[in-house]
Write a protein that binds this ligand. Structure first.
Ligand code: IMP
Ligand code: MG
Length: 177
């Protein structure tokens, strides 16, 4: 790793675990007996998905879609592309979208619209992190982990130019104040 960037811990792995315990309790209460489809947005949500579903003790299905908006760097381009689409039938399913972080909201707003057209029985959104200060389109969050300030974060699945996804904590890459 580049030693110029020393990520500082913002949310420790222990705090992440506590947050996911709470989210799992909320999700279990709502989806028990419904066999939902949990749909993760790649790549960032893979670690969150893995930890979340281990705490869900009921029948469910998992799929992923890959969308790209950022390209390389820390600013969203605003142009969303489906890079790898759904392999599961969504129609009449209880669909729960799993996202790592919502920033401008453009990525998830695009995906929710795309899924709504496929007529799921229900469509909800769970995100581990929310950066509301940079929102450009409104996004209804049904299950929210932690609200964070406007900092560029890495670790726990989040990357900067494809690096740092493997850090166990959510870290701040650099102070942009
Ligand atoms: P949005 O479309 O601006 O809401 O961006 C959402 C996507 O951008 C997320 O799914 C992340 O993959 C990525 N992203 C947003 N903020 C950060 C960050 O602070 N660190 C790393 N990736 C981020
Ligand atoms: Mg993402």
């Amino acid at each position: 790793m580049n030693t110029e960037h020393r990520p500082e811990v913002l949310i420790s792995s222990r705090e992440i675990a506590t947050t996911i315990d709470r989210l799992a309790t909320e999700i279990s209460r709502d989806y028990l007996g419904k066999e939902p489809l949990l749909l993760g947005i790649l790549k960032g949500s893979f670690m969150f998905m893995a930890d979340l579903i281990r705490r869900l003790d009921f029948q469910l299905e998992v799929d992923f879609v890959r969308l790209s908006s950022y390209g390389r760097g820390t600013e969203s381009s605003g142009k969303i592309q489906v890079v790898q689409g759904l392999r599961t039938i969504v129609r009449d399913r209880e669909v729960l979208v799993i996202e790592d972080i919502i920033d401008t909201g453009l990525t998830v707003a695009y995906l929710l619209e795309y899924l709504r057209k496929k007529r799921p029985a229900s469509l909800r959104l769970c995100t581990l992190l929310d950066k509301p200060s940079r929102r450009r389109v409104p996004v209804p969050i049904d299950y929210l982990g932690t609200t964070i300030p406007d900092r560029f974060l890495v670790g726990y699945g989040l990357d900067y130019d494809e690096r740092f996804r493997n850090l166990p904590d959510v870290c701040v890459l650099e102070d942009n104040e």
